[in-house]
Design a protein around this ligand. Structure first.
Ligand SMILES: [Zn+2]
Length: 474
């Protein structure tokens, strides 16, 4: 159980809250200006927008009290890097990670408003990137400016790292981190995850990792006439279906030898905390019109999504896929397989285990070639770490409700990289379930913007009391 914020922090946090109440409207306008800049990192034509967005973010960070801020070059889109280290050696250094790039807008016809006009409607700011992840950038700027206006000093040493390629795999960031020796921190706070709702503030304690494979299975030199050879030769589509179906047992467990060997058991206290968050299990299934369930029998939906690893076929192709029929037996079938991993599974090891099992299953019937694709490590933060306890107290201050503890079934690949190279990770996200990030009509709640800024203020104040180094555990 986290301690309540010290009264010294309360007085200043209350002062900043008053300041934010008067100025969050101004910061919302600044956010709208940033949303209007189209910074789609995956679009090769978006270069000028990327740079303009980076410059705008840098200007906001300088204005928020971080004059030492640069738009730094990488092998790809620039990162924005700001630092302020005048809180003293005794105080911890927090690195806050955000991203200014956004997902492609997709089909304009699917939007009810233009995606880059930052339209305000019914308490929502609608626009690509409003929630993911430009909103949190301006929430942080508002919090920092509020602290500067009320009491001056920043209570912690701070590094703000704003990625320009998060939505495109953060491809340039590892090399950028290698090239910079000055990014030492005691804690990495990633502000890019979502809560269950504005009335259900939530602290994310873990994200899953990934391991992907591309599989090509061959049963013949070429497709053959199904009349002349049908009933005599192995059909690649059928063999592939049998092979992938054998990757799960009758209880829904992944039937790959060694797959679960490194899965770290989740302790009872964490399981109880996750269950107590009252996760919207049946809604998860209803919202997508699920006709049935999958996964390990005997586990609730949230346990399967938050605490267990998975193996899924995410793409498959074989034979004639054009219109009409073609009566040929396919020689080749392909599958794309994607696993979600939990601590302490290793993506390379899992890809190797799955590949070996695929070869065993296909032996004697088909040749199989397997190519690993994406991979990232899972990341977890202990609920009883000082950083998590400070975050719990901060959300409680900002939202007026004690946050629930949840996990995230998805992955933030750069989180593992930051945890390995810089410091333990804390997920300090303020998104809301249902805000349609990556989809048409992405929106940010105007009310949430101010509440989140208040939570950030309390976190920065109480983070000053965190021990230096190892403030959370991975
Ligand atoms: Zn994001």
């Amino acid at each position: 159980v986290a301690a309540l914020p010290a009264s010294a922090h309360l007085a200043r946090a209350e002062e900043v809250r008053d300041w934010l109440a008067a100025h969050s409207g101004d910061y919302l306008e600044r956010l709208r200006a940033l949303v209007r800049v189209r910074s789609v990192s995956a679009d090769p034509a978006a270069g000028p927008g990327m740079r303009a967005a980076a410059e705008l973010v840098a200007a906001e960070l300088r204005d928020a009290g971080l004059p030492d801020c640069e738009v730094a070059e990488t092998g790809g889109h620039p990162v924005v890097l700001a630092a302020r280290r005048d809180a003293g050696q005794a105080r911890p250094t927090i690195l806050v990670y955000l991203h200014y790039d956004v997902q492609p807008e997709g089909e304009l016809a699917d939007w009810s408003v233009p995606p880059f006009e930052a339209v305000l409607r019914d308490g929502r700011l609608i626009g690509r990137g409003s929630a993911d992840d430009k909103g949190p950038i301006l929430m942080l700027c508002a919090a920092l400016r509020g602290l500067a206006e009320c009491g001056g000093d920043l209570p912690v040493n701070l590094i703000v790292l704003v990625d320009g390629e998060e939505e495109n795999g953060s491809r340039s960031l590892p090399a950028f981190l290698d090239s910079r020796g000055d990014l030492d921190a005691d804690l990495v706070a990633i502000s890019d995850t979502s809560m269950l709702g504005i009335d259900r503030p939530s602290l994310v304690l873990a994200t899953r990792g990934t391991a992907g494979l591309e599989v090509e299975l061959r049963t013949l030199d070429h497709d053959v006439h199904s009349g002349k050879y049908g009933g005599a030769v192995a059909n690649a589509a059928v063999v592939l279906a049998e092979v992938v179906a054998a990757l799960h047992d009758e209880n829904g467990r992944v039937a790959v030898p060694g797959f679960y060997d490194r899965v770290r058991p989740v302790d009872e206290a964490t399981l109880a905390a996750l269950a107590a968050s009252d996760p919207p299990e049946q809604d998860w299934l209803r919202e997508v019109g699920a006709r049935g369930e999958s996964g390990e029998q005997g586990l609730r939906v949230h346990q399967r999504v938050w605490t267990r690893p998975t193996l899924d076929v995410v793409g498959t192709w074989s034979g004639h896929t054009g219109p009409g029929m073609k009566t040929a037996i396919p020689a080749v079938a392909t599958a794309k397989i994607s696993c979600r991993l939990v601590a302490d599974q290793d993506p390379d090891e899992i890809a190797g285990l799955v590949a070996a099992q695929l070869r065993r299953l296909a032996a004697g019937r088909a040749e199989i070639s397997v190519r690993p694709s994406h991979g990232s490590r899972p990341v977890a933060c202990a609920p009883d770490s000082p950083a998590a306890e400070a975050a719990v107290a901060a959300y409680e201050w900002g939202y007026g409700t004690r946050p629930v503890l949840i996990r995230e079934g998805g992955s933030i690949p750069i989180a593992a990289t930051l945890a390995e190279r810089i410091a333990p990770v804390l997920f300090l996200g303020f998104g809301l379930h249902g805000q349609q990030e990556h989809a048409p009509d992405e929106w940010l709640s105007v009310r949430n913007f101010e509440l989140a800024a208040n939570a950030l203020v309390m976190f920065l104040l109480s983070a000053a009391d965190l021990p230096r180094a190892r403030t959370a555990s991975t």
